[in-house]
Design a protein around this ligand. Sequence first.
Ligand code: GUN
Length: 282
Amino acid sequence: MAVIIDGKKIADKILDEIKSKVSKLENKKPSLAVILANDNPSSALYVNSKEKKSKSIGFNSFVYRFDKEVEQGTIKNLIIKLNNDPNINGILLQLPLFNHLDERELIELINPKKDVDGFHPINVGKLNCGLKPYAKCCTPKGIIRLLKEYSIELTGKNALVIGRSNIVGKPVAAMLLNENATVSVAHSKTKNLKEHTLRADIIISATGCAHLIKADMVKKGSVIIDVGIVKKDDGTLLGDVDFENVKNVAGFITPVPGGVGPMTIASLLENTYELYLEQLEN
Ligand code: GUN
């Protein structure tokens, strides 16, 4: 039976540490601005939860919500205003956006030093060069932190990332490579996924396909990190991994919920705090 990786506990520890540091600040508090320009209920939930957690640790949180009539120019002007506002430390553009909006143009307009998601090409480029980005993408950063908290060795290990999104798959692959893992990336066009999963010491699955990973697809003792989250009609949440069966084969496994999810928010607030400190110095 695998060790269950407790993301909630580690996220709470990170947030408590930041809260305690923030309570001692005499000058202005770290401030996060979030832009929500879609009507997807999950995004609204994520944004509400980011706002609540930010406030609970003493940050200022500003959320800008737009309806589907919003024009690209309105969001561009808001980003320019936030870039120039010395009271804002981090800017988060919640993805996805309404279809008519140009995501690339908006991401590239965010000042890389306020890019709390690490999505700007300057930050992506730094990460891929093995340099320190101003901020590292939140979910991948949270995953690496979980692996380190559980003292899971990465050097020389076969790590398989499933999914090639700019939000999770590609940046986590870059981070694992920076940690000296031997990294493969599988995706929707990959043939014989099982051949790849059976070779992996570590699997990071970020597809959103409920229970894609079954017990007979994983190597005994391997580390299974589940980034997927799908809500069924009855409200239950399912990950990419068939947790109940895979946990009998794996060495370590993250649950859904309570695994990677809480770490994403903890990393976001940690990034906001780090950007705040850097901006204080300049
Ligand atoms: N949508 C899903 N995950 C994320 C994330 O980490 N950041 C942003 N901005 N949007 C997302």
